[in-house]
Design a protein around this ligand. Structure first.
Ligand code: SIN
Length: 274
């Protein structure tokens, strides 16, 4: 297989691989550990192959809120129909950061792709952290922040297009709150990186509300710089896997009038530490 880095910060495309072949897994895993986001082009897989590939990384972390694929409760549907306006995952986020043990990563399989648009953007949270000044890194290093699913998937969202159309559900189960370090040491690479995100992080603990808002907004503005990003342009059959502990991601909603269908499997992680 050929592993081609996509930017100076993160991301690699992999050509000539077959995720069904267990003998190729060590090389795929090494690319994942090195680049945080890997796109395996031109895969021809069934939902069962998707799950088998995910299980090589770890146990499956079943999403509580996304509509599952028929017959495969462990696979989440990420769908926007051509007459819908909202895309799932439009805000910058890290999947399941509201869990006490956040997911290791997610594996997204492109089933149906619009003729243009519908890309996914990723940010390297280590590159963003390393670009902060020494005093700012020192200030953030010892802090913790609270993440929650309540405002994102709870009863306040039941009138959204995504809920009314059945793409998201189970709002009464949105009761997860978790506290994580603002700066984590990555469990695999030991690289330091920011672990707060605009969708699920509610506040930094120990700061006044205004202070927390200002600091989080400063971090978010800093992280959005293109130098820390990679943009994945999809073709049907592609699989992208990302490391949730090392990245943010965002689905770009610029393909109104066309259908986009993806299947997502998420893999369990480990507790995070400073
Ligand atoms: C997600 O946020 O997991 C979905 C990303 C995408 O649809 O591109």
């Amino acid at each position: 297989m050929d592993v081609m880095p996509m930017t100076g910060g993160l991301g690699a495309e992999i050509f000539g691989a077959d995720v069904r072949d267990s003998a190729q897994f060590p090389e795929i895993y090494a690319a994942f550990a090195k680049y945080s986001v890997i796109t395996l082009r031109k895969q021809s897989i069934t939902p069962k192959d998707h799950l088998d590939f995910a299980r090589r990384f770890g146990s499956i972390n079943v999403n509580r809120f996304f509509k599952p694929v028929d017959g495969f409760p462990q696979i989440a549907t990420v769908l926007k129909e051509k007459d819908q306006k909202e895309a799932v995952g439009e805000g910058w986020h890290t999947d399941h950061s509201y869990d006490q043990i956040p997911a290791m990563g997610s594996i997204l399989h492109a089933i149906e792709i619009p003729p243009y648009g519908g890309d996914t953007l990723f940010v390297s949270m280590s590159a963003a952290y390393e670009a902060l000044s020494d005093p700012m890194r020192g200030f953030l290093d010892g802090l913790t922040a609270v993440h929650s699913s309540r405002h994102a998937f709870g009863l306040n969202t039941i009138n959204s297009e995504a809920s009314k159309s059945g793409r998201l559900g189970n709002a009464e189960a949105a009761k997860q709150d978790a506290s994580h370090p603002v700066v984590i040491t990555h469990p695999l690479s030991k690289r330091r990186g920011l672990f707060v995100n605009p969708v699920f992080t509610t506040h930094i603990e120990g700061l006044l509300a205004d202070e927390s808002t200002v600091i989080l907004n400063m971090i978010y503005e800093h992280c959005r710089q293109p130098e820390f990003q990679v943009r994945i342009r999809w073709e049907p059959g592609d699989i992208t896997m990302w490391d949730n502990r090392a990245t943010w991601h965002k689905a770009i909603n610029d393909y109104h009038g066309f259908r986009r269908l993806m299947h997502r499997v998420t893999v369990d992680g480990v507790p995070l530490s400073h």
